[in-house]
Design a protein around this ligand. Structure first.
Ligand code: GLC
Length: 730
């Protein structure tokens, strides 16, 4: 990538000598260039724009291949090279859509987004992003298309595995760390999908109708944080419509909110084939149109894109002012300067031990221990024969799930991880037990073999849950937990539920590990098992991380980023919402009451609440202190590890408005800190709350409001386990 650019500039030095001077000047500006109207970069961009023809400008605002947007070779402006995905750099397929099946594009396969969110560890978010940015740089990419931050509104969304949480604050904090990690590598992150793309069903047609308050309090915060705190360089416009206009060119969302209110200086990139109108794309804020070739398949003609020939014609006919195109090109050039695409970047790294250790750490801290009847951690002193049962114990997931697929250098399965850990001092046996089938049928022979094996073992580790099988030849079909399709319910498939109950009858020493992008129904079997661990899709080191937890090398410390309810029908999107939409219209009737906000308001019993997760040790919360400091409220408390093992606790801070003037959730997450402690150790954690922490979005005032009154500050280790409270009057 760098070589190509150097050649380009060298070859053209004479005609573009002036340009060379401009670039040189720009590259001397401070490395962490702030984008502000009077910066040197803006001056350089002005000069570049003056040199460009309208045809050259148009060439930059739409795709020039499957994952690049146009450059201007005459002026030494390179193409922008993009790549999926949120948890690893996608396998190489060059300028078309056919995988190159290369041998040099293996990468680090990180745990998926929901696993990262379950760590509740902001520093890990940064490290995760740093790995991704470094590997993208090593693969010659300029933009990595992540993080995915869409709110988990329904547990059926096939892409929940790529996203983070039902809560906007947790999502925001994890996204900001991730973006800083990526962009400190001089690579652009691309926060997606802007906005309210909360399902895969009819994702490119459904028109979401959502209240301003819900938009502001639930669906926008992660994008606002990514722009304002994260300084993200690009945002991906979602497929769906919002209030009647496609998100990729939506006047209110893109021009009013993102680019004016949030002062976003970067690039709005459409999702692939998410642009549907030239005039709207020109005027309502699409900066780069990607993926329209998908609708033209098999003959991709990039001049036929909406922002190509037809846009050029519109400008030449004077129907749209060229200033709209200039702004788009300005934004693209800003990002090019900011990410050193002219002055040159350092080399990235790929497949290093350090990167793999980050993957393992995120997996270890992201797995959530849901149930433990004094059973875990396991000891091989007690258990000499360990039966590992379940298709997911030996399945690899990296290449599945859709566009976020990863060509992992390796992937340690649960069976391999357990064998690595205890294979020398225990006998490990394996039975598949069940297998995926298109008709969700049960393989009785497999089940029988598994039961026999279970009966002969000292302990059984069952590994089940979802797969995100994605057969690209039948886009959107033949998948269960993947892009392009939603699940139809949360029931365990292929007879897993009966198999778990049958195993429990022949061997009560049963641990169940659930993998997947969201929860499964548990009520029919959880009472028959000793322990349950939610492992999500834990990446290439997932098997080792799982074994480290099961055998006590590390204590589990994950916390649920989404509520685990009994059935999908309990969730507000289904109970009071219009999911998946009526005639492609979907009113978000749940409003701000998404996730725990809803379950608490309606006092609905759930299996495991938001923020919940067990440890191998236990923690005390003491000495809360709340005081005003200027226009902030500073809160502190002490956490003590009262157990026998090192572990981590996540102190979660919720705000409860006492007798609010308007309806508000009973509690809202407004702070969290994760601390590791040795047995007997105490740590003091502190939080700083600002006005925004106590405010709601007033639909009458159309702005954020902080009503005077009493507010309860609640600190706990789950939304349903508050340990300390203190009331403050504002
Ligand atoms: C897909 C996804 C988006 C991805 C893009 C490129 O349809 O919605 O997340 O980055 O297209 O593969």
């Amino acid at each position: 990538m760098l070589y190509k650019k150097e050649v380009t500039i060298t070859r053209l030095i004479k005609p573009a000598f002036l340009l060379g001077l401009i670039i040189l000047m720009a590259s001397y500006s401070s490395p962490a260039q702030k984008i502000d109207p009077d910066s040197q970069t803006e001056t350089s961009i002005d000069s570049l724009l003056n040199l460009m023809t309208i045809e050259e400008k148009i060439g930059m605002i739409h795709a020039s291949s499957s994952f690049t947007s146009g450059g201007v070779e005459r002026l030494g402006i390179p193409e922008l090279v993009m790549s999926d995905g949120p948890h690893g750099v996608r396998d190489e397929h060059g300028r078309d859509w056919a995988p190159d099946n290369a041998s040099d594009d293996f990468v680090t396969y990180l745990p998926t987004g929901i696993t990262l969110a379950s760590t509740w560890n902001k520093e890990l978010g940064y490290k995760f992003g740093a790995v991704l940015g470094s590997e993208a740089k090593a693969r010659g990419k300029d933009i990595i298309l992540g993080p995915g931050v869409n709110i988990i509104r329904t547990p059926l969304n096939g892409r929940n595995f790529e996203y983070m949480s039902e809560d906007p604050y947790l999502t925001s904090q994890m996204a900001v760390g991730y973006i800083h990690g990526v962009q400190d590598q001089d690579i652009s992150a691309c926060v997606k999908h802007f906005v309210a793309n909360n399902q895969e069903t009819d994702r490119d047609k459904v028109n979401v109708v959502v209240s301003e308050r819900a938009l502001r309090e639930i669906y926008l915060p992660a994008f606002k944080a990514s722009v304002v705190e994260g300084k993200v360089n690009s945002v991906m416009g979602a497929y769906n419509k919002l209030r009647g206009q496609y998100c990729a060119h939506n006047q209110y969302l893109v021009n009013n909110i993102l680019k004016t209110e949030y002062q976003f200086p970067g690039i709005l990139i459409s999702d692939w084939a998410a642009v549907h109108d030239t005039w709207e794309a020109l005027v309502f804020g699409t900066d780069i149109e990607m993926g329209t070739d998908l609708t033209m398949m098999p003959d991709a003609d990039y001049n036929k894109f909406f922002l190509a020939d037809s846009a050029l014609a519109m400008i030449k006919r004077g129907e749209v002012d060229e200033k709209y195109v200039n702004d788009k090109v300005r934004r693209i050039l800003r990002v090019m300067y900011k990410t050193k695409m002219f002055s040159g970047r350092t080399q990235g790294e790929r497949n290093t031990k350090e990167h793999q250790q980050v993957a393992r750490k995120v997996a270890e801290e992201g797995m959530v221990l849901l149930q433990n009847n004094e059973f875990l951690p396991l000891s091989t002193k007690l258990y000499k024969t360990i039966a590992v049962i379940g298709h997911n114990a030996s399945r690899k997931h990296a290449t599945e799930g859709g566009s976020s697929q990863v060509k992992a250098l390796y992937e340690i399965t649960p069976l391999e991880g357990i064998t690595n850990q205890v294979g020398t001092n225990a006998k490990i046996t394996y039975a598949e037990g069940y297998k995926p089938s298109r008709d969700n049928s049960v393989d009785k022979k497999l089940a029988r073999e598994a039961l026999e094996m279970a009966a002969g073992a000292d302990v059984v580790i069952f590994v089940g849950g979802w797969i995100h099988n994605f057969d690209l030849s039948v886009w959107g079909k033949d998948a269960y937990d993947a892009e392009g399709i939603d699940k139809s319910n949360l029931k365990l498939m292929y007879g897993q539920e009966d198999l778990i109950n049958e195993i429990a009858k022949v061997n009560p020493n049963l641990v169940v590990v659930i993998m997947g992008g969201s929860n499964v129904e548990m009520a029919n079997w959880m009472g028959n098992v000793k322990a349950i661990l939610q492992a999500w899709y834990p990446g290439m080191e997932g098997g080792n991380a799982l074994a480290n937890i099961l055998f006590g090398k590390v204590s589990p410390s994950g916390k649920l980023p989404m509520t685990f309810a009994n059935s999908h029908t309990d969730y507000p999107a289904h109970a009071i919402g219009e999911y998946p939409g009526i005639d492609l219209q979907e009113k978000y009737k749940d409003g701000i009451f998404v996730g725990y906000r809803y379950f608490e308001k309606e006092m609905i019993t759930t299996l495991f609440p938001f923020g919940y997760g067990l440890s191998y040790t236990n923690f005390a919360f003491t000495d809360i202190d709340v005081k005003k400091e200027g226009d902030h409220v500073v809160v502190a408390c002490t956490i003590t590890n009262n157990g026998k093992m090192e572990g981590a606790e996540v102190a979660q801070l919720y705000i409860h408005a006492i007798n609010p003037r308007i309806e508000r959730p009973l509690k809202e997450l407004k702070g969290f800190e994760k601390v590791w402690m040795k047995p007997g150790q105490s740590k003091r954690v502190s939080f700083s709350l600002d006005k925004q922490s106590f405010s709601y979005f007033g639909e009458v005032e159309l702005g954020w409001k902080l009503d005077p009154g009493s507010y309860e500050i609640q600190i706990g280790n789950s939304s349903a386990d508050i340990r300390l409270k203190e009331t403050i009057v504002l």
